[in-house]
Design a protein around this ligand. Structure first.
Ligand SMILES: NC(=O)C1=CN([C@@H]2O[C@H](COP(=O)(O)OP(=O)(O)OC[C@H]3O[C@@H](n4cnc5c(N)ncnc54)[C@H](O)[C@@H]3O)[C@@H](O)[C@H]2O)C=CC1
Ligand SMILES: CC(C)[C@@H](O)CC[C@@H](C)[C@H]1CC[C@H]2[C@@H]3[C@H](O)CC4=CC(=O)CC[C@]4(C)[C@H]3CC[C@]12C
Length: 369
């Protein structure tokens, strides 16, 4: 067994480390990566909780920065052995312009890749998304598919388009020579809909239900399966893939892996009720209460209102043409590629994932009262 000084020798950088997924990746690294000497957390918005991490044996370095600024990224990456790039603009509600989404998600990823090449960082893990695959603009279902399932990945929306381009850049960069002459080794993880402690959309849906007297009204048929994965398991997969990428570069370099666990296949709304129900909410209707054409009309009306109101205020409801199409199109994965390539097994069972999420929501509820 190497002595502790030799064991703790690696410098990791997590971009977006203060986000919903990023925070879980940061905490998982501190718990599960024994070789960590320094953990750098790069984010546009640093969280106050970072201070509590600075009391442990690992040097935790918080870096406030912008991935769209190449020099800031290069300064943060310099000296890191591994970069986990989760930073991104996750916007399907029209809050940011298409240009801004592209600037952060695509140009920001280019800056991370170039920083690795220029400073000699050899390992890069990118947080991609199921959305890189689909649902596509034609509404084709993807039913329990895997990384090799043929599917027409056609996108128009800025978010999936930007994620697809960024993933392509990361995978194409695999094998490039970094400073010092060694090859850059990259891979991309594709989470399906992430849930768990800190999920803002779940929080928004919960408060929407409270405003409606504890009721949510079914809009999507229960038969439409939507892939979901617990944030703790996504974080664990990031930690594991970053470790094993160093051991098996030839096998894992340039590969994509869906993030998966034992979370059940359900509609988006029924899945959410696994957590919202124990918090007192009720989903009204065994089938959609409104016909789909009326939902499409209301979604389009929301999009029009957003456009009209933009000079005055940001109106960004959950229901818009894109989110309705997403929720209404089956997209689930069934794969074991991560298990076959780097021995991934979910760290948290479905029961644990569900319990942890419910506890978070109940704590959020009690603090809100
Ligand atoms: N939430 C989900 O269901 C899924 C998310 N993903 C991906 O996971 C990653 C993390 O997503 P979430 O944690 O949900 O989002 P989030 O919005 O909670 O976290 C993103 C983080 O990136 C930071 N960031 C944004 N722009 C930045 C910039 N210009 N420079 C530096 N930092 C910046 C934000 O401050 C935030 O802390 C994203 O790349 C997203 O595309 C993939 C699949 C599903
Ligand atoms: C208003 C109703 C129709 C309601 O059911 C809408 C739900 C809608 C907000 C979500 C349905 C599907 C979600 C997306 C999906 O999980 C895939 C994603 C991957 C990402 O990389 C980021 C988040 C998201 C786009 C996720 C966003 C919320 C939904 C559109």
């Amino acid at each position: 067994m190497a002595d502790s000084a030799q064991a703790q020798k690696l410098v990791y950088l997590v971009t977006g480390g203060c986000g919903f997924l990023g925070e879980h990746v940061v905490r998982m690294l501190l718990q599960q990566e024994p070789r960590l000497r320094e953990l750098r957390i790069f984010d546009l918005h640093l969280g106050p909780w970072l201070e509590e991490l600075k009391t442990g044996p690992v040097q935790v370095t918080a870096i406030q920065g912008d991935v769209t600024q190449a020099h800031e990224v290069a300064a943060a990456v310099a000296g890191a052995h591994v970069v986990i790039h989760t930073a991104g603009l996750v916007d399907v509600f029209g809050r940011a312009s298409p240009e801004t989404i592209h600037e952060v998600n695509v140009q920001g990823t280019k800056n991370v890749i170039e920083a690795c090449v220029q400073t000699g960082t050899q390992f890069l893990v990118y947080t991609s998304s199921m959305e890189v695959v689909g649902p596509n603009i034609k509404g084709h279902p993807f039913y329990r598919g895997n990384e090799d399932t043929p599917y027409e990945a056609v996108h128009r929306h800025p978010y999936p388009s930007s994620k697809a381009r960024a993933e392509q850049l990361v995978l194409e960069a695999n094998g490039r020579k970094v400073r010092g002459g060694l090859p850059l080794v990259t891979c991309a993880l594709r989470p399906t809909g992430i849930y768990g402690e800190g999920h803002q959309i779940m929080r928004d849906i919960y408060y929407q239900g409270l405003r409606l007297g504890g009721r949510l009204f079914r809009a999507i048929p229960a038969s439409v399966e939507h892939g979901r994965v617990y944030v703790g398991n996504v974080a664990w997969m990031h930690v594991l893939v970053a470790r094993e990428l160093q051991q098996r570069p030839a096998l894992m370099g340039g590969q994509v892996y869906f993030c998966y666990d034992k979370s059940p296949y359900k509609s988006y709304e029924d899945f959410n009720m696994e957590f919202l129900g124990p918090c007192g909410l009720r989903l009204v209707g065994t089938r959609p209460l409104l016909p789909y054409w009326l939902l499409m009309f209301l979604a389009a009306l929301n999009a029009l209102l957003q456009w009209l109101l933009r000079p005055l205020l940001l109106y960004a409801p959950l229901l818009n043409p894109y989110t309705l199409a997403m929720a209404n199109t089956t997209f689930t994965v069934s794969t074991n590629k991560a298990q076959r390539h780097f021995g991934y097994e979910p760290l948290f069972s479905w029961e644990e994932s569900r319990t942890r999420t419910i506890r978070w929501m109940q704590a959020m509820d009690s603090s809100a009262q």
